[in-house]
Ligand binder design. Structure first.
Ligand code: KG4
Ligand code: ZN
Length: 338
Protein backbone atom coordinates (compact mmCIF):
# COMPACT_ATOMS: atom_id res chain seq x y z
CA UNK A 1 0.00 0.00 0.00
CA UNK A 2 1.35 3.42 -0.99
CA UNK A 3 0.49 6.48 1.09
CA UNK A 4 1.16 10.16 0.46
CA UNK A 5 1.72 12.16 3.67
CA UNK A 6 1.36 15.93 4.08
CA UNK A 7 2.51 18.06 7.02
CA UNK A 8 1.89 21.81 7.51
CA UNK A 9 1.14 22.19 11.22
CA UNK A 10 3.75 24.84 12.00
CA UNK A 11 6.75 26.22 10.12
CA UNK A 12 7.75 23.29 7.95
CA UNK A 13 6.00 22.08 4.82
CA UNK A 14 6.58 18.34 4.49
CA UNK A 15 5.58 15.80 1.87
CA UNK A 16 6.48 12.10 1.60
CA UNK A 17 5.49 8.83 -0.04
CA UNK A 18 5.63 5.72 2.14
CA UNK A 19 5.22 2.26 0.66
CA UNK A 20 4.48 -0.58 3.10
CA UNK A 21 6.53 -2.88 0.87
CA UNK A 22 9.41 -0.69 -0.29
CA UNK A 23 9.60 1.72 2.70
CA UNK A 24 10.10 5.47 2.36
CA UNK A 25 10.06 6.18 -1.39
CA UNK A 26 10.68 9.94 -1.23
CA UNK A 27 10.39 12.87 1.13
CA UNK A 28 11.04 16.59 1.10
CA UNK A 29 10.76 19.36 3.65
CA UNK A 30 10.62 23.08 3.08
CA UNK A 31 11.57 25.01 6.20
CA UNK A 32 10.22 28.52 6.81
CA UNK A 33 13.04 29.44 9.18
CA UNK A 34 14.27 32.31 6.96
CA UNK A 35 10.73 33.64 6.63
CA UNK A 36 10.14 33.91 10.38
CA UNK A 37 13.69 34.73 11.55
CA UNK A 38 13.19 38.48 11.21
CA UNK A 39 10.26 38.30 13.65
CA UNK A 40 11.99 36.14 16.25
CA UNK A 41 9.27 33.49 16.10
CA UNK A 42 6.61 31.89 13.93
CA UNK A 43 4.06 34.36 12.50
CA UNK A 44 0.95 32.18 11.95
CA UNK A 45 -0.50 34.12 9.01
CA UNK A 46 2.82 34.11 7.15
CA UNK A 47 3.20 30.41 7.87
CA UNK A 48 -0.20 29.58 6.34
CA UNK A 49 0.45 31.66 3.23
CA UNK A 50 3.83 30.05 2.68
CA UNK A 51 2.39 26.54 3.04
CA UNK A 52 -0.16 27.47 0.34
CA UNK A 53 2.68 28.64 -1.92
CA UNK A 54 4.95 25.64 -1.36
CA UNK A 55 2.77 22.61 -0.95
CA UNK A 56 1.62 21.92 -4.56
CA UNK A 57 5.18 22.10 -5.97
CA UNK A 58 6.50 19.95 -3.13
CA UNK A 59 3.88 17.27 -3.85
CA UNK A 60 4.89 17.25 -7.53
CA UNK A 61 8.59 16.99 -6.67
CA UNK A 62 8.11 14.16 -4.19
CA UNK A 63 5.98 12.18 -6.64
CA UNK A 64 8.67 12.74 -9.30
CA UNK A 65 11.41 11.63 -6.87
CA UNK A 66 9.42 8.47 -6.16
CA UNK A 67 8.73 7.89 -9.85
CA UNK A 68 5.02 7.71 -9.13
CA UNK A 69 1.85 9.51 -10.14
CA UNK A 70 -0.79 10.84 -7.78
CA UNK A 71 -3.13 8.13 -9.07
CA UNK A 72 -0.71 5.49 -7.74
CA UNK A 73 -1.54 6.46 -4.15
CA UNK A 74 -3.80 4.15 -2.15
CA UNK A 75 -4.49 6.76 0.51
CA UNK A 76 -3.54 10.28 1.60
CA UNK A 77 -2.58 11.07 5.19
CA UNK A 78 -2.25 14.56 6.63
CA UNK A 79 -1.50 16.22 9.94
CA UNK A 80 -4.86 17.25 11.38
CA UNK A 81 -3.45 18.63 14.65
CA UNK A 82 -2.26 19.80 17.02
CA UNK A 83 -0.82 22.95 15.50
CA UNK A 84 -1.70 26.36 14.08
CA UNK A 85 -5.27 26.25 12.73
CA UNK A 86 -4.62 28.18 9.52
CA UNK A 87 -1.43 26.25 8.81
CA UNK A 88 -3.11 22.88 9.43
CA UNK A 89 -5.89 23.78 6.98
CA UNK A 90 -3.44 23.93 4.08
CA UNK A 91 -2.36 20.27 4.18
CA UNK A 92 -5.86 19.18 5.24
CA UNK A 93 -7.60 20.98 2.38
CA UNK A 94 -5.02 19.87 -0.17
CA UNK A 95 -5.13 16.24 0.99
CA UNK A 96 -8.92 16.08 0.97
CA UNK A 97 -9.08 17.61 -2.52
CA UNK A 98 -6.48 15.19 -3.90
CA UNK A 99 -8.08 12.17 -2.20
CA UNK A 100 -11.47 13.09 -3.67
CA UNK A 101 -9.93 13.67 -7.10
CA UNK A 102 -8.39 10.20 -7.32
CA UNK A 103 -11.07 8.44 -5.29
CA UNK A 104 -9.00 7.14 -2.36
CA UNK A 105 -9.55 7.56 1.40
CA UNK A 106 -7.84 10.28 3.41
CA UNK A 107 -6.60 9.86 6.96
CA UNK A 108 -6.19 12.70 9.49
CA UNK A 109 -3.07 12.03 11.57
CA UNK A 110 -2.00 13.32 14.98
CA UNK A 111 1.29 15.21 14.63
CA UNK A 112 2.76 13.72 17.82
CA UNK A 113 1.86 10.21 16.75
CA UNK A 114 3.97 10.96 13.69
CA UNK A 115 6.88 12.05 15.89
CA UNK A 116 6.65 9.11 18.25
CA UNK A 117 6.48 6.53 15.47
CA UNK A 118 9.29 8.19 13.47
CA UNK A 119 12.10 6.06 15.03
CA UNK A 120 10.36 3.07 13.41
CA UNK A 121 11.59 4.51 10.09
CA UNK A 122 15.23 4.06 11.07
CA UNK A 123 17.51 1.17 10.15
CA UNK A 124 17.20 -0.40 13.61
CA UNK A 125 13.62 0.26 14.67
CA UNK A 126 12.42 -0.37 18.25
CA UNK A 127 9.93 -3.13 19.01
CA UNK A 128 6.79 -2.45 21.07
CA UNK A 129 6.32 -1.78 23.93
CA UNK A 130 8.39 1.30 24.66
CA UNK A 131 8.35 4.53 26.63
CA UNK A 132 8.28 7.59 24.38
CA UNK A 133 9.78 10.89 25.46
CA UNK A 134 8.21 13.53 23.22
CA UNK A 135 10.12 16.76 23.37
CA UNK A 136 9.02 19.31 20.80
CA UNK A 137 8.38 23.02 20.65
CA UNK A 138 4.83 22.56 21.87
CA UNK A 139 4.89 19.39 23.96
CA UNK A 140 6.85 17.57 26.62
CA UNK A 141 5.28 14.21 27.36
CA UNK A 142 6.15 10.74 28.55
CA UNK A 143 3.97 8.04 26.99
CA UNK A 144 3.74 4.29 27.43
CA UNK A 145 3.37 2.91 23.90
CA UNK A 146 2.14 -0.67 23.46
CA UNK A 147 1.20 -0.44 19.76
CA UNK A 148 0.05 1.96 17.05
CA UNK A 149 -2.68 4.09 18.63
CA UNK A 150 -2.12 2.58 22.09
CA UNK A 151 -0.73 5.50 24.05
CA UNK A 152 -0.99 6.03 27.79
CA UNK A 153 0.07 9.42 29.10
CA UNK A 154 2.50 9.01 32.01
CA UNK A 155 3.34 12.65 32.54
CA UNK A 156 3.67 16.00 30.79
CA UNK A 157 4.70 19.61 31.22
CA UNK A 158 2.35 21.66 33.36
CA UNK A 159 3.53 24.84 31.61
CA UNK A 160 6.18 25.47 28.92
CA UNK A 161 7.39 22.61 26.72
CA UNK A 162 11.12 21.81 26.73
CA UNK A 163 11.57 23.25 23.23
CA UNK A 164 9.58 26.32 24.20
CA UNK A 165 11.88 26.80 27.21
CA UNK A 166 14.89 26.61 24.87
CA UNK A 167 13.27 29.06 22.44
CA UNK A 168 12.13 31.59 25.06
CA UNK A 169 15.43 31.47 26.94
CA UNK A 170 17.36 31.88 23.70
CA UNK A 171 15.24 34.89 22.84
CA UNK A 172 15.86 36.62 26.15
CA UNK A 173 19.59 35.94 25.69
CA UNK A 174 19.44 37.70 22.33
CA UNK A 175 20.09 34.56 20.28
CA UNK A 176 18.59 34.16 16.79
CA UNK A 177 15.45 32.14 16.00
CA UNK A 178 15.07 29.19 16.16
CA UNK A 179 16.44 29.38 19.65
CA UNK A 180 16.93 25.71 20.52
CA UNK A 181 19.88 24.92 18.24
CA UNK A 182 21.44 28.37 18.85
CA UNK A 183 21.25 27.97 22.64
CA UNK A 184 22.61 24.43 22.41
CA UNK A 185 25.57 25.67 20.34
CA UNK A 186 26.32 28.39 22.92
CA UNK A 187 26.00 25.84 25.75
CA UNK A 188 28.73 23.72 24.12
CA UNK A 189 31.17 26.61 24.68
CA UNK A 190 30.34 27.04 28.37
CA UNK A 191 30.68 25.11 31.62
CA UNK A 192 27.63 23.97 33.56
CA UNK A 193 27.71 24.50 37.32
CA UNK A 194 29.53 27.87 37.33
CA UNK A 195 26.13 29.41 37.86
CA UNK A 196 23.40 27.47 39.59
CA UNK A 197 19.92 27.06 38.12
CA UNK A 198 17.02 25.01 39.55
CA UNK A 199 15.93 21.57 38.31
CA UNK A 200 12.17 22.25 38.47
CA UNK A 201 10.01 19.37 39.77
CA UNK A 202 12.90 16.90 39.68
CA UNK A 203 11.81 15.53 43.07
CA UNK A 204 8.05 15.89 42.51
CA UNK A 205 7.62 12.11 42.61
CA UNK A 206 5.44 12.15 39.49
CA UNK A 207 6.35 12.25 35.82
CA UNK A 208 5.28 15.83 35.19
CA UNK A 209 7.56 18.68 34.15
CA UNK A 210 7.69 22.44 34.61
CA UNK A 211 10.05 24.59 32.56
CA UNK A 212 8.60 28.10 32.70
CA UNK A 213 10.51 29.03 35.86
CA UNK A 214 13.85 28.34 34.21
CA UNK A 215 13.74 31.30 31.87
CA UNK A 216 13.09 33.64 34.80
CA UNK A 217 16.03 32.06 36.65
CA UNK A 218 18.19 32.62 33.57
CA UNK A 219 17.11 36.25 33.42
CA UNK A 220 18.09 36.73 37.07
CA UNK A 221 21.42 34.97 36.55
CA UNK A 222 22.24 37.22 33.59
CA UNK A 223 21.15 40.45 35.25
CA UNK A 224 24.07 40.85 37.63
CA UNK A 225 26.49 40.53 34.71
CA UNK A 226 28.91 38.28 36.60
CA UNK A 227 28.27 35.20 34.52
CA UNK A 228 29.35 34.47 30.97
CA UNK A 229 26.35 33.78 28.70
CA UNK A 230 28.06 30.55 27.60
CA UNK A 231 28.09 29.28 31.18
CA UNK A 232 24.47 30.27 31.76
CA UNK A 233 23.49 28.49 28.54
CA UNK A 234 25.42 25.37 29.58
CA UNK A 235 23.76 25.33 32.99
CA UNK A 236 20.32 25.88 31.44
CA UNK A 237 20.81 22.98 29.04
CA UNK A 238 22.12 20.83 31.86
CA UNK A 239 19.07 21.65 34.03
CA UNK A 240 16.63 20.67 31.26
CA UNK A 241 18.55 17.48 30.54
CA UNK A 242 18.77 16.50 34.22
CA UNK A 243 15.00 16.73 34.58
CA UNK A 244 14.22 14.98 31.28
CA UNK A 245 16.59 12.09 31.93
CA UNK A 246 15.55 11.63 35.57
CA UNK A 247 11.88 11.43 34.62
CA UNK A 248 12.55 9.18 31.62
CA UNK A 249 14.44 6.84 33.95
CA UNK A 250 11.53 6.84 36.38
CA UNK A 251 9.05 6.12 33.57
CA UNK A 252 11.09 3.09 32.44
CA UNK A 253 11.32 1.82 36.01
CA UNK A 254 7.61 2.36 36.69
CA UNK A 255 6.50 0.57 33.51
CA UNK A 256 9.17 -2.13 33.65
CA UNK A 257 10.00 -1.36 29.99
CA UNK A 258 13.54 -1.38 28.63
CA UNK A 259 13.20 0.69 25.46
CA UNK A 260 13.07 4.48 25.30
CA UNK A 261 12.08 6.30 22.13
CA UNK A 262 13.02 9.98 21.93
CA UNK A 263 11.12 12.10 19.42
CA UNK A 264 10.51 15.75 18.60
CA UNK A 265 12.86 18.60 17.80
CA UNK A 266 14.65 18.70 21.18
CA UNK A 267 15.58 15.06 20.57
CA UNK A 268 18.19 16.44 18.16
CA UNK A 269 20.08 17.91 21.15
CA UNK A 270 23.45 16.17 21.35
CA UNK A 271 23.96 16.62 25.10
CA UNK A 272 20.49 15.18 25.79
CA UNK A 273 21.31 12.14 23.67
CA UNK A 274 24.61 11.63 25.46
CA UNK A 275 22.90 11.79 28.88
CA UNK A 276 20.12 9.37 27.90
CA UNK A 277 22.54 6.96 26.23
CA UNK A 278 24.68 6.91 29.38
CA UNK A 279 21.64 6.33 31.60
CA UNK A 280 20.51 3.44 29.40
CA UNK A 281 23.96 1.89 29.05
CA UNK A 282 24.25 1.45 32.82
CA UNK A 283 20.93 -0.37 33.05
CA UNK A 284 21.04 -2.32 29.80
CA UNK A 285 18.19 -0.34 28.37
CA UNK A 286 18.15 0.92 24.79
CA UNK A 287 17.40 4.38 23.47
CA UNK A 288 16.04 4.88 19.95
CA UNK A 289 16.08 8.11 17.96
CA UNK A 290 14.67 9.06 14.58
CA UNK A 291 17.18 9.61 11.77
CA UNK A 292 18.55 13.16 12.26
CA UNK A 293 16.62 14.58 9.28
CA UNK A 294 13.37 13.18 10.73
CA UNK A 295 13.77 14.73 14.21
CA UNK A 296 12.09 17.98 13.27
CA UNK A 297 8.80 18.25 11.43
CA UNK A 298 8.51 16.29 8.20
CA UNK A 299 6.04 14.52 5.95
CA UNK A 300 7.70 11.11 6.23
CA UNK A 301 6.44 10.54 9.77
CA UNK A 302 2.90 11.44 8.66
CA UNK A 303 2.96 9.18 5.59
CA UNK A 304 4.36 6.40 7.80
CA UNK A 305 1.75 6.81 10.57
CA UNK A 306 -0.95 6.86 7.89
CA UNK A 307 0.42 3.71 6.24
CA UNK A 308 0.61 1.90 9.62
CA UNK A 309 -3.02 2.79 10.31
CA UNK A 310 -4.29 1.89 6.83
CA UNK A 311 -2.33 -1.37 6.98
CA UNK A 312 -3.93 -2.17 10.35
CA UNK A 313 -7.36 -1.77 8.84
CA UNK A 314 -8.27 1.90 9.24
CA UNK A 315 -10.75 2.77 6.51
CA UNK A 316 -10.07 6.52 6.47
CA UNK A 317 -12.44 9.24 5.34
CA UNK A 318 -14.23 9.44 2.03
CA UNK A 319 -16.61 12.31 2.74
CA UNK A 320 -14.10 15.05 1.92
CA UNK A 321 -14.45 16.57 5.39
CA UNK A 322 -11.49 18.81 6.16
CA UNK A 323 -10.57 17.78 9.69
CA UNK A 324 -8.31 20.02 11.75
CA UNK A 325 -7.91 19.92 15.52
CA UNK A 326 -5.53 22.66 16.69
CA UNK A 327 -5.79 21.16 20.20
CA UNK A 328 -5.88 17.38 20.32
CA UNK A 329 -4.62 15.28 23.27
CA UNK A 330 -2.55 12.32 22.04
CA UNK A 331 -3.90 9.86 24.59
CA UNK A 332 -7.43 10.20 23.16
CA UNK A 333 -6.33 8.33 20.02
CA UNK A 334 -7.56 4.83 19.36
CA UNK A 335 -5.84 1.87 17.79
CA UNK A 336 -6.80 1.38 14.13
CA UNK A 337 -9.37 -1.30 13.44
CA UNK A 338 -10.73 -2.80 10.25
O1 KG4 B 1 9.28 18.83 16.76
P1 KG4 B 1 9.62 20.18 16.30
O2 KG4 B 1 10.39 20.33 15.03
O3 KG4 B 1 8.36 21.06 16.12
C1 KG4 B 1 7.26 20.97 16.97
O4 KG4 B 1 6.39 20.12 16.69
O5 KG4 B 1 7.26 21.73 17.95
O6 KG4 B 1 10.43 20.84 17.51
C2 KG4 B 1 10.95 22.15 17.42
C3 KG4 B 1 11.59 22.49 18.75
C4 KG4 B 1 11.96 23.96 18.85
O7 KG4 B 1 11.55 24.42 20.12
C5 KG4 B 1 13.47 23.95 18.72
O8 KG4 B 1 14.08 25.05 19.35
C6 KG4 B 1 13.82 22.66 19.38
O9 KG4 B 1 12.82 21.76 18.92
N1 KG4 B 1 15.16 22.16 19.01
C7 KG4 B 1 16.18 22.02 19.87
C8 KG4 B 1 17.30 21.56 19.13
N2 KG4 B 1 16.90 21.44 17.82
C9 KG4 B 1 15.59 21.80 17.77
N3 KG4 B 1 16.25 22.24 21.20
C10 KG4 B 1 17.43 21.99 21.80
N4 KG4 B 1 18.54 21.57 21.17
C11 KG4 B 1 18.53 21.34 19.85
N5 KG4 B 1 19.63 20.90 19.21
ZN1 ZN C 1 6.71 18.55 15.58
Amino acid sequence: MIVLGLESSCDETGVAVYDTEAGLRAHRVHSQIDLHAAYGGVVPELASRDHVRRLPALVRQVLDDAGLALADMDGIAYTAGPGLAGALLVAAGTAEAMAAAIGVPSLPIHHLEGHLLSPLLSAEPPAFPFVALLVSGGHTQLMAVTGVGEYTLLGESVDDAAGEAFDKTAKLMGLPYPGGPALAALADKGVAGRVSLPRPMIHSGDLNFSFSGLKTAVMTALRDGRHAPEDVAAEFQSAVIDVLSRKARQALKDTGMSRLVVAGGVGANRALRAALDEMARRRQWRVFYPEPELCTDNGAMIAFAGAMRFAAGASGQTDGAVTVKPRWPLDTLEAPSG
